[in-house]
Unconditional design. Structure first.
Lengths: 408, 115
């Protein structure tokens, strides 16, 4: 009962509490350690007295006191400049159980995703501090060993502390650089959750956190088209989750998914964010990505034709603002549907295979088009290449079935 | 906080005596830039060519003196600024405006002890 109450409060509030402590004391380790102390005390106190009226407020108040105690202890040990410490501790009143927890998560996101932090640590640090995932959960999501990930987090936190990364949300003049680092990090983090189509893996439990973070970003930076677009993308993608695998756990490609299984409320929510993004900057790459999702999610049933022409037109637009191999690959899929397999295949063969060699969708798309063009031997080789890269069971089942159909 | 801005450039573009038109132009830019920094700038200077460098290497406690810079690479330490700013973002903003040729780098390093 108590650990259940703690678990709930933890999931709900950990990001908010750690963010509030971190931006109050400008110290990530102190914030994390104090919150951990508060949780340990909660386990003890709540089993004795029962859970408090407001568990999150209790945890915040207790963690805050732990942080202040630690700072006082450091001060008496003269390990840090006493003047500085006194200001930090005493310039604001201690929170009580009625003090609302300030929402400083945006600040913390900007800290974790600072360009001065190693790119491979940003997503992990954000998931750890802002979403409250355990090191073990994150390590599993990123296919890393726990010690490796823990090292990465320690190094990133040390860099933030030692380099003097500011705990401020940067001004609009810095957004092109800073916001992009934040959104790319969220894309990477969400990508991990999304890859797991069946939703049974370790990533699934933070898809919900991604909905939350993107909402916070869009609310706090409402005049940035990209933040609303990102919120829309995550919602469109999550809306389709129930239709992404069949009863055997096999992946179902987007065009074959039953739209009636998609989650309508998330789609409605996503459209609202998209409308705002489009009104701000309709041709920004992330906004175009969101519009592609929207075009798919406008489909009402499998009887309705798939919106390939619209998808192709949107990829044409996207290509004008972001010309890279992945956009071209996706466009080739639509092109094959609209203008025929040879047109799509021609586009793909024109791509330099080198940078895409480790990219599963490249091989999967190529295999499918080769198969449809009747070039079975080449298709088989491409399926093998895709299968050698496969990450999830749902994808493996799908690719194996496609490959088996080839030999029949 | 105090930060060191370490400027790395291909010094060959300035010529050996630093009297080429490019070198004169860059020098003028640094003078203007230093003036702009005002009290933010605590110290700073350009460095003579890395061919003028002498390196003392210590290995297993034994010191040996070598001609040349610490690391042989295309880009060499060409100058530095010592600045005092509130945080990394401010330091990066200052560092971005350091006059530099087309190619090069500015490394931003916090001082161990904030003065």
């Amino acid at each position: 009962m108590t650990s259940a109450a703690l678990g709930l409060a933890f999931r709900d509030a950990s990001g908010r509490i750690v963010a509030a402590l971190a931006s109050r004391f400008r110290d990530l380790d102190l914030a994390e350690d104090s919150f951990a102390d508060a949780c340990a005390r909660a386990l003890e106190a709540w089993s004795r007295e029962g859970p408090p009226r407001d568990a999150a407020a209790w945890l915040y108040q207790t963690a805050y006191r732990c942080a202040v105690d630690t700072l006082r202890r450091r001060r008496t040990e003269h390990r840090f400049a006493p003047e500085l410490q006194r200001n930090v501790i005493e310039e604001q009143p201690m929170p009580d159980e009625w003090t609302p927890i300030p929402d400083e998560r945006l600040r913390l996101i900007f800290v974790c995703c600072h360009p001065a932090v190693a790119p491979d640590a940003r997503a992990a640090l954000t998931l750890r501090l802002v979403c409250g995932l355990s090191t073990r959960e994150i390590a599993r999501a990123f296919l890393l060993s726990e010690p490796t990930l823990a090292q990465r987090l320690i190094r990133a936190k040390r860099k933030i502390a030692e380099a003097g990364v500011s705990f401020e949300v940067p001004g609009p003049e810095a957004w092109p650089e800073r916001l992009d680092a934040v959104l790319s990090t969220i894309e990477i983090a969400y990508g991990r959750a999304h890859e797991d189509a069946a939703g049974s893996g370790p990533h699934f439990n933070y898809a919900a956190e991604m909905l939350d973070i993107t909402r916070v970003l869009a609310e706090l930076l409402p005049h940035e088209a990209q933040t609303s677009a990102m919120a829309a993308i995550v919602r469109f993608a999550e809306a389709r989750r129930p239709a992404r695998v069949d009863e055997h756990g096999m992946m179902i490609p987007l065009a074959a998914q039953d739209p009636s299984a998609w989650i309508e409320s998330l789609i409605i929510d996503a459209r609202r964010y998209l409308d705002r993004a489009v009104s701000l900057q309709a041709h920004e790459p992330r906004v175009l990505h969101a519009r592609i999702h929207a075009a798919w999610c406008a489909r009402r049933s499998l009887a309705e034709p798939a919106p390939w022409s619209e998808i192709l037109a949107l990829y044409d637009e996207l290509l004008k603002v972001r010309d890279d191999s992945i956009v071209r690959l996706n466009r080739a899929v639509a092109l094959a549907e609209v203008q025929g397999v040879d047109a799509g295949l021609g586009e793909i063969e024109a791509l330099a295979a080198q940078p895409l060699d480790d990219f599963l969708p490249y091989h999967a798309v190529r295999a499918d088009l080769l198969c449809r063009a009747g070039r079975r031997d080449e298709a088989r080789i491409a399926y093998d290449a895709a299968l050698s890269l496969v990450a999830t069971a749902a994808e493996r089942l799908w690719l194996e079935r496609q490959r088996a159909a080839l030999t029949e | 906080m105090q930060y060191m801005l370490l400027i790395y450039e291909d010094e060959r573009i300035y010529g050996p005596d630093r009297e080429s038109p490019v070198a004169r132009e860059r020098r003028a830019q640094h003078i203007a830039y230093s003036r702009e920094l005002g009290a933010t700038r605590l110290a700073g200077s350009g460095l003579k060519d890395s061919t003028a460098a002498t390196t003392i290497r210590t290995a297993a406690g034994k010191q040996t003196i070598h001609d040349g810079p610490f690391a042989e690479s295309r880009e060499q330490l060409a100058g530095y600024y010592l600045i005092d700013v509130p945080d990394l973002d401010a330091a990066l903003a200052v560092a971005k405006k350091v006059p530099l040729s087309q190619n090069g780098a500015v490394e931003v390093r916090p001082l161990l002890v904030a003065g």
